[in-house]
Design a protein around this ligand. Structure first.
Ligand code: SF4
Length: 476
């Protein structure tokens, strides 16, 4: 899974209006919306998985009659969808909750709910340390958020956390979702992870991998296509192991099959997925990419380190040589494949020679883009307890060297795009200049073009200039 980035989502569009299913799992009853006209504010930290969960929370709240608040100060309900990726995430959470205590004193009707990975990991601690929180819900309890709010209003603060012993046997399908954009959508195919990367908290807070049935996934994609969505991103911690936990009359559906079936859905013109795991990536997925027109020629392929010794300490399950061989295989099967990666600099025990190994693999791989991170220990992960922590100044210097190398590669590859004719999808006006449209190629490169079009419009353009992080184009 790619390293998480911190982001804040305050979603603001109107969602589908559907009755809410309430009650205990397995017992569904329909009740009319209860919070008509009240407003909510969601603050999201972390990765795409959390952002997608926030869209689902927003959809559920809007189905209960709520609207998105203009600001946190006017909201009737504040939802914190937390992340525990960063070392000081918990400190930040309690700091933020502390600031909400005063708001709750001034406005006793204010409701506060905390979900996501920190809630899952901290369990009862949140209500012990922040008694003014009304609802704490775990990573598998998102679909219960309205029910839990009802409970809190009727009976007082409530915590509901998934655990292995009480695991749900399925991922809820068909929940209302409030999407940030009309033309693109995430589609969850798995939750949890069966790997044990030593730097990662996901297996602890999201549990073992659970795949959605292919029929549920395809029905969701068909519904999205009917709603006007043109691009979907299939989401899972390790999409390549999709289906291993399923048994469909003796058949285990493969990710490659799912890709091909998603590609058959009329109206969906672009399909992406994140994240594949290098150890599980096989040829059948590359062929499915090459032979399914809607699947974009783009892969995010997380390297993490170019040193076999460090890869073993990370429990990644591949060597640098094997990683490069898989990348070569993909590039042979999928013509014009664009690629990106994740790298962690300064993992415990990383020597100068190990780091040189990473630079060497990056030179050979020549990724279009890389998300580079300085190692920071995450409490609860094996890496946090390892010996050999690297001096922060050394990490910074290595990080700078890696960034310089990758920036040069990215610039060279961007310059090689100049003169090419590419198909782009409009995302909207550029944040810096509204007279310019931000668009994206199938290879996930950003192209700025003068003019204004509806988001979701496809255009053919010629690339006329390259910059460090984007391209410039003209309409053909
Ligand atoms: S354990 Fe590894 S594969 Fe699983 S989510 Fe974490 S980084 Fe990704």
């Amino acid at each position: 899974m790619s390293e998480a980035t911190m982001s804040e989502v305050a979603v603001s569009e109107v969602a589908m209006s559907e009755p809410i299913m309430v009650g205990m799992p397995g017992i569904k009853e329909v009740r009319p919306p209860r919070r008509e006209g009240q407003s909510y504010f969601i603050r999201t930290f972390g990765c795409q998985m959390n952002e997608h969960d926030s869209e689902r929370i927003a959809g559920l709240l809007e189905s209960d009659g709520m609207v998105c608040a203009d600001s946190v100060d006017t909201a009737d309900l504040i939802v914190l969808n937390t992340c525990t990726i960063r070392e000081n995430a918990d400190v930040k959470l309690y700091g933020y909750l502390g600031s909400l205590k005063r708001a709750k004193t001034e406005r006793p009707t204010l409701r506060i709910a905390v979900g996501g990975c920190s809630a899952q990991k901290e369990r009862d601690l949140i209500q012990e340390r922040a008694g003014w929180v009304d609802v704490v819900f775990g990573t598998h309890n998102v679909h219960r958020v309205v029910d839990l709010l009802d409970h809190a209003e009727d009976w007082g603060p409530v915590t509901e956390i998934w655990d292995e012993a009480n695991a749900v046997a399925d991922i809820p399908s068909g929940l209302p979702v409030h999407r940030e954009t009309e033309h693109s959508a995430w589609v969850t195919i798995t939750i949890g992870c069966n790997n044990s990367c030593t730097f990662c908290i996901v297996p602890i807070v999201r549990g073992a991998e659970l795949s959605r049935r292919p029929g549920d996934v395809i029905r969701e994609i068909e519904g999205l296509a009917r709603a006007g969505v043109k691009e979907i991103t299939l989401l899972g911690q390790n999409v390549n192991s999709y289906g291993r936990d399923l048994d469909l009359n003796g058949h285990k559906p493969l990710f490659a099959e799912l890709l091909r079936r998603a590609g058959d859905v009329a109206g969906i013109e672009r399909i992406r997925f994140t994240s594949p795991h290098p150890k599980d990536f096989r040829e059948d997925v590359a062929y499915a990419m090459a032979e399914t027109p809607a699947v974009c020629e783009q892969i995010h392929f997380p390297l993490q380190s170019g040193s076999d010794r460090i890869l073993a300490r990370m429990h990644r399950g591949y060597t640098a040589e094997r990683f490069l061989a898989k990348l070569k295989m993909m590039r042979t099967i999928v013509p014009d494949l664009a690629s990106s990666t994740d790298v962690i600099v300064g993992f415990p025990g990383e020597t100068e020679a190990d780091f040189e190994g990473t630079l060497d693999v990056m030179r050979q791989a020549r990724f279009d883009n890389a998300y580079m991170f300085q190692f920071s220990p995450r409490p609860g992960t094996p890496a946090a307890e390892m010996d050999g922590h690297v001096d922060p100044d050394v990490i910074q210097q290595r990080f700078n060297r890696l960034t310089t190398l990758q920036n040069a590669i990215t610039m060279e590859l961007n310059q090689a795009q100049v003169g090419r004719e590419v198909n782009v999808m409009v995302e909207g006006p550029s944040k810096k200049d509204a007279s310019v449209a931000t668009t994206r190629t199938r290879g996930n490169r950003i192209v700025h073009i003068e003019g204004s079009w509806q988001p979701g419009t496809f255009l053919d353009v010629r690339v006329v200039r390259a910059a460090a992080h984007h391209l410039g184009g003209v309409l053909l």
